[in-house]
Design a protein around this ligand. Sequence first.
Ligand code: NAD
Ligand code: ZN
Length: 353
Amino acid sequence: MARSITVTTPQTEYDITIDAGWIDTQKLNEIIQNRKYLIVTDETVYSHYEELLNPFECVVLPVGEGTKSLKYFEKVIDMLQDKQFNRSSVLIAFGGGVIGDLTGYVAASYMRGIHFVQIPTTMLAMVDSSVGGKVAINHTSAKNLIGAFYQPEAVYIDIHFLKTLPKKILSDGMAEVIKYGLGFDDHLFDKLETLNLDQLNDSEHEKTVLDIVETCCRIKAQIVHEDERDVAMRQLLNLGHTIGHAIEQFYQYKKYTHGQAIAIGMVVKSKIALLEKRIDQQTCERIENLFEQYHLPLELDDPKMFSTILEAIHLDKKSTGSQIKWICVDAIGKCRIEGTQYEEIVRKIKNIE
Ligand code: NAD
Ligand code: ZN
């Protein structure tokens, strides 16, 4: 039985439907409903799912973060204009977070907003980027600088798409899944401890994987319901991200993936929680073990780099004045926002080095 979660925001309401092996030609036709449509995907995803996508009208974009740019924004807009898209037409994002973010931003902009559907194909996109309506493209000066809050009309998740996902990309998405367990749900954390990376796309564990994806989407749906615009509790979803973003920026997005960088960020948060006696040694070890179990790093290759990276935290766009919104771990399944000073963060991190 498919699982269904309703996301409610002040402007709209839509369902996230989750199942295994259910998105086929017929389903795509049902989603399209005789409307004018375009499926947006990338070259790698298209190569894996050519049989499914070939009968449909698709635009196949290059792979990678570079596609979330004004260049490809314009390319898709030009296509919609050629096809005489109107307000009742629908754009379908079929891919990872890059495709979802770009397609969503095009949908938000074209004629001030057309219909848009998310079919996420990476773990990260299933549990994070496809839900909640943050859509954006990058500017040469900063990631996600040009964007909007624009909710899709529906999200359709088929966990069978994870079967073709390379292990490294799957592991990367698992950092966000662990974030939900560590920050919001101790039962999810327990469940993650019973699985490993290799079991995530094997059919024997299908029910567990469906449970995990469903739990993450429920947590995100609830948070988005309470704070769509990211002014209060949605910021809790940034657990590990202030440090993570600083690491990514410092190494110019080359050395560490997003999942690896936020994993290091969350381990730092756990070590601070241990030092401040909010969690005990055994709990801290459980957290570290879980990241290791999903092949994620616990610390920088060169821990001495932390103080340099701290400078980058200072410059992080999320810091307002000298106050930084810092997410603390209080227990497995519980996190909290603290407004803190940059100097205080430096002191805390120096203590655990
Ligand atoms: P991605 O879209 O680049 O996908 C990663 C790689 O996996 C790509 O090479 C892609 O071709 C490949 N791929 C995708 N699905 C596949 C499949 N089923 N089988 C085989 N290969 C497949 O990256 P991502 O990690 O999904 O998303 C990262 C992006 O998401 C970033 O741009 C980030 O800013 C954004 N993001 C957005 C939000 C949000 O709320 N909107 C949240 C988190 C991240
Ligand atoms: Zn993230």
